[in-house]
Every structure is written in C-alpha cells, then in structure tokens.
Write a protein that binds this ligand. Structure first.
Ligand code: IMP
Ligand code: MG
Length: 181
C-alpha cells in the first residue's frame, strides 16, 4: 500500500509478513492447547486486528471475551498507572486464558493486567503479543507468543493508533516524527 511520507516514515512489518507469522503462531497454539478449551481475550482497542486474524486460525474449541485498559500518559508514552475501562463479561476461574495484545512496550499495562487476572484463579494465563519492544521494558514481563520483536520506534497501523488514528492501515508502520513534532 502507498502511504503519505508526511504521515508514515516506512512500513515496518507488512501485512503479508504478519499473516505468515500468525500461521506459525496459530499452529503452535493449536498444538499447545490440544485437547483443551481456550478463552481468547482481546485487549481493546489495539489488538482487534491481530485478534480477529488469530481467532480464525484457532481450530480447538474456544470462547472469546474483551477487556479494555488504559494507561494514563501522553499518547506516545505510558505512565504505568493502569485502569480497567471494560472488564471481562464472565469469570475465568478454571479456564485456560490466552490474552491477545497488540504491543508490549514498558510492560506496565500487561504486568498489571496479568497480576489482576491471576487473582481470579484461571487454570492458566498466557500472553500473545503481535509486537514486542524489549528495549523499553520497565518491569519483568515475557510474552509466551511473540509476533515480531521491534526496535524502539513508535508504530501505528494494523490496530495500533496514534491519537486514535491509523488503526485501519493494513501494515505496521513507523509514524513520521512530523506528525507529533
Ligand atoms: P506499556 O504499558 O508501556 O507496555 O504500553 C502498552 C500500550 O501502550 C499498548 O497496548 C499500546 O496501546 C500502547 N503503545 C505502546 N507502544 C506503542 C506504539 O509504538 N504504537 C502504538 N501504541 C503503543
Ligand atoms: Mg493496547
């Protein structure tokens, strides 16, 4: 896809590469959870694209639920103060939960979320993240399934936003600094 240079610096991960990687991760997940049932949890809003694409690759019995969290801070940095804006519709006690997230950056939102969900006594909780920015980690956090490890750059597209824009781009792109300078 052709993007405007004023907004998009470059494509970091093309949709084609994302789809190929999701094939690989789904194969692993379907094997890892064989004979079990899965509760897939989409973290709104950023994970909608990876969630929908992953959901259609899951071949074991599964249910879905949605959760929205917000971390206060400016639009390109998270503050570590996390709030649950929308909780799960149902309890997770005894369930095998797979959280689907767009990106782990400082790790603070996910650390808080994982710790919160673990108090609800699920059988297991694992984390799938499309993108991982380990250089920016401020807390101990390792995702179980990682799409792509990326450098410390602000990315948008394929669900990820800057000021609620660009979620509809098919590829993961680096935002041009011109947009926020
Ligand atoms: P963390 O708590 O710092 O790990 O922040 C995680 C959240 O910040 C993600 O779920 C995203 O919503 C947002 N975020 C972090 N890095 C980026 C990025 O490069 N682009 C878009 N959103 C980001
Ligand atoms: Mg997010």
């Amino acid at each position: 896809m052709q993007y405007s240079k004023d907004e998009i610096d470059r494509v970091l991960v093309s949709n084609e590469r994302i789809q190929a990687r999701l094939d690989e991760l789904a194969e692993r997940i379907n094997q890892d959870y064989a004979g079990r049932e899965l509760l897939l949890v989409c973290i709104l809003k950023g994970a909608v694209a990876v969630f929908a694409d992953m959901l259609r690759r899951i071949t074991i019995p599964c249910q879905i639920d949605f959760m929205a969290i917000s971390s206060y801070g400016s639009s390109t940095k998270s503050s570590g103060v996390v709030r649950i804006m929308k909780d799960l519709d149902h309890g997770i006690e005894g369930k095998d939960v797979l959280i689907v997230e767009d990106i782990v950056d400082s790790g603070m939102s996910m650390r808080y979320l994982l710790d919160t969900l673990k108090t609800r006594k699920p059988a297991s909780v694992r984390l799938l993240t499309l993108l991982d920015k380990p250089d920016r980690r401020r807390v101990e956090l390792h995702a179980d399934y990682i799409g792509f490890t990326i450098p410390d750059e602000f990315v948008i597209g394929y669900g990820l936003d800057y000021a609620e824009k660009y979620r509809n781009l098919p590829d993961v792109c680096v935002l041009s600094p011109k947009v926020y300078m």
